[in-house]
Design a binder for this molecule. Structure first.
Ligand code: SF4
Length: 98
């Protein structure tokens, strides 16, 4: 093996040795699942948040503040930063989408 071929081989093996463990680490990470709003939290109680509204016509997924994707089971709401509200949830700050 010439010096150039050996150098390429060593470089390639070094890169492979670095990439494989990183790929394995990324693959082993749990998928990100956002925390859901705890209806028992002080903020939720103050806003009378419920994860399942009794009124099928008025719920988070048709609230102007809801940030979830169409059809998603949950999404963000600026009133509950760092957690997601249920698409079928509701709170007293509900604003119908206009
Ligand atoms: S404001 Fe209330 S009803 Fe609207 S998305 Fe947020 S939690 Fe749901």
């Amino acid at each position: 093996m010439t010096d150039i071929k050996r150098r390429k081989f060593v470089t390639l093996m070094g890169a492979t040795a670095t990439v494989v463990p990183v790929a394995a680490l990324v693959a082993s990470l749990p998928s990100h699942a956002a925390d859901m709003v705890d209806p028992e939290s002080a903020q939720a109680k103050a806003l009378q948040y419920v994860a399942e509204t009794a009124d099928a016509a008025v719920h988070c997924s048709n609230c102007a503040l809801y940030g979830g994707a169409e059809g998603a089971e949950s999404g963000g709401c600026p009133l509950f930063p760092g957690a997601e509200v249920a698409a079928n949830g509701w709170c007293s700050a509900y604003v119908p989408k206009g």
